[in-house]
Design a binder for this molecule. Structure first.
Ligand code: 5RP
Length: 236
């Protein structure tokens, strides 16, 4: 089965968790796109939902496919968010932001009672950090912020390149007008300490460590779809 089919499988199981009338955060990325496509089919058949998108990209797809959307200012408390991830460990800690939407994704997930992560099995890791950690920063003071991140990481025994994400010859700009630094730390043994250290740096707007956000991960793989809720507690 190819990667797209796995994403569709995970998305379709997540769709079963969506109840009529739910206030629903809608994630960003290729897996979230599959969820939007399936959701749109259901909406087309009369299913009602209040969607809150996590990016302009997702908003565009929802509008194109007819999924009703509301700004988070109008729907500030959500029942559920369904989103993809770049990495997920067995404690459901995540690295997100590969698509550059991490700030809005975290705001929407944080406003939701529950967050379900959908992914194919390649996203499961024993320890976070193989995927470069996206850190959203204010363009003002970029060099100073990069140095501060490097110092904070080194206090925690972490090192690696911290690269400004580019879009062609220009820095990649998020929906909020910020830049992204991708930090290749390799393995992050103490994600909580790194999260706290990054949050203390003034130029850091948000980072891609989602700790304590996901309540369930729906993972599609060659042997079927698994639901991860706790370490070592996997149900088919
Ligand atoms: C966007 C994200 C995405 O959820 C993450 O990059 C996964 O994307 P995909 O489903 O395309 O692998 O965090 O900011």
């Amino acid at each position: 089965m190819d990667a797209r089919q796995l994403k569709i499988q995970a998305a379709s199981v997540a769709l079963e968790r969506v109840r009529p009338g739910m206030r629903l955060g809608i994630g960003t990325g290729s897996t979230a796109d599959e969820f939007v496509r399936l959701l749109a089919e259901k909406v087309g058949a009369g299913f009602e939902v209040q969607g809150v998108p996590t990016s302009e990209r997702t908003a565009g797809l929802c509008v194109e496919l007819g999924v009703p959307l509301f700004p988070i200012e109008e729907v500030p408390e959500l029942d559920l968010t369904v989103d993809g991830t770049d990495e997920v460990d067995r404690d459901l800690r995540l690295i997100k932001g590969g698509g550059g939407a991490l700030l809005r994704e975290k705001i929407v997930a944080g406003a939701s009672e529950k967050m379900i992560v959908i992914a194919d099995e390649s996203k499961i890791v024993d320890m976070l950090g193989q995927f470069p950690l996206p850190i959203e920063v204010n363009p003002f003071g970029l060099a100073a912020t990069r140095i501060a991140i490097d110092k904070a990481a080194s206090v925690l025994g972490l090192s690696g390149s911290i690269d400004l994400r580019m879009n062609g010859t220009m820095p990649f700009e998020t929906d909020g007008g910020h830049f992204i630094l991708d930090a290749s730390f390799g393995r992050i043994p103490n994600a909580e300490a790194l999260s706290n250290a990054l949050n203390a740096i003034p130029g850091v707007v948000e980072h891609g460590l989602f700790l304590g956000y996901a309540s369930e991960a729906i993972i599609a793989g060659s042997s079927g779809v698994k639901t991860m809720k706790n370490r070592g507690n996997q149900e088919i």
